[in-house]
Design a binder for this molecule. Sequence first.
Ligand SMILES: [Zn+2]
Length: 531
Amino acid sequence: MNLIDDPWIPVCRYDGTQEYIAPWQLTAQHSTNPVVTIHTTRSDFDSALMQFLIGLVQTTSLIEIEEDWDWEYPFFDPPSSEALQTQFAAIAHAFELDGDGPRFMQDFHLPEGETKEIATLLIEAPGDNGLRNNLDHFVKRGQVEGMCLSCTATALFTLQTNAPSGGVGHRTSLRGGGPLTTLVRCDPRGTEDDVGATLWRDVWLNVLDPDRFLHTCGNASKNQPQDIFPWLAPTRTSEKGGRDTTPDDVHPAQMFWAMPRRIRLDFEHVGSGHCDICGLSSDALVTQFVTKNYGVNYVGAWLHPLTPHTFDKQKMPLPRHARPGGLGYRHWLGLVHAERDDTRMPARVVQAYANRQRKAQLRLHAFGYDMDNMKARCWYESHMPLYQLEGDLRREFESTVSTLVNAAETVRVYLVGGIKDAWFGKNDPGRKHDMSFISQAFWQNTEGEFYAALRHYAEALEEGEEGLEASLPVRQQWHETLRRQALALFDQWANSEAIAYENSRRIATAHNQLQKNLYGPKLCKTILDIR
Ligand SMILES: [Zn+2]
């Protein structure tokens, strides 16, 4: 199967039709019945295939760079599928999944290695230790025995793109294990024409100006095909005495096609029946692959365009990762706006959106695994709004949003403390219990009102209001929201029947203290940002 020429990407069209398309068919019927979304059976697969398509369009737009490269025109009026077919044809030779020659994202030459069941291609698959220790609760052993070619290709790309550490010498992805990815996407509620949000537009929103892409990270003078697609040549292995791979060693586009794991799919021992991931009937179910450690070891100052970074004291970029507790509005500012002291930078595609057209309403799509070293604990995904403000307005907006989030964090601490006071005595060891479910509920219950507040505030700024005139109503409303939600959650948990019967006086005292905190001067100062 060739991943450029053959239909293998499951998608959904505007009218609900589901089908498999080849990548170049992305824009077919764009003005009548466009492809609107990728539609696999797994969220991590959907997100990986988005990155596959973005990588494909970005990489092929670097082949012939036109001087008058225009971003806006193709957004509204995309290239025809025939034009895309021509554009992608130049690299189709690198996208053979099987066959005797170089294979997509597979080791050029792997004479010997360990044979593994196909299930272990999935990120959440328990490792050997997990199987030995009976920790295979995410994926039960024996549950995934065969995968169709579409799911196999997707699982392979997902693993190479997100690879966690996999034991001695099994390298992590170019962005570390399970990186956080942030994409700019169309908000289904608004574009100026009738076509609305389409998959093409979502892909194109994350393609950078080729010039900008080539000059940020990587070595553009390394422009042989194997500098972009590492599987076209013998692997730069990283055993003792082997080599590391830094941005200086390869072409910038390898960031989309990085291959940290040495893998060779086995197309000789295939099965037939239904794919254990998507249910498709196939007589070529892949059941196993061969792997070996010490593949490409990506080190150094990589700046992947789809990932936000922080910077350490030596100014080295560190890709961000999802953490326990999920992705919520408390992360929003950090994913969208740069920190003024250069310690934090949103993904480059997110930074670029502000300079683009304003005829479409956009949103942020953030996702990633929460990895505990080799183990996938959870998959997180969140859609957040984006506002297109410039210059001083943008700075004013960021400063107020930061205040609102700080105030919410203060209230969260009051709430958790209040519930502990209601439930436990002063020295009760129960106070040390994990109370993260309370924090989770608090963030969730205040999220909708947070974004509503931001929308009103952005509108007020755009209408010409400034300073406290614009932000005071938002701050006051937010204060009211935080108080109301905190007291409601306190009542919900602290007053649960059994506890209330036993400890009514303690609960009343805790309630009074929470009230005092919520109306007290410290929170008022935080909300009004008085220093
Ligand atoms: Zn399948």
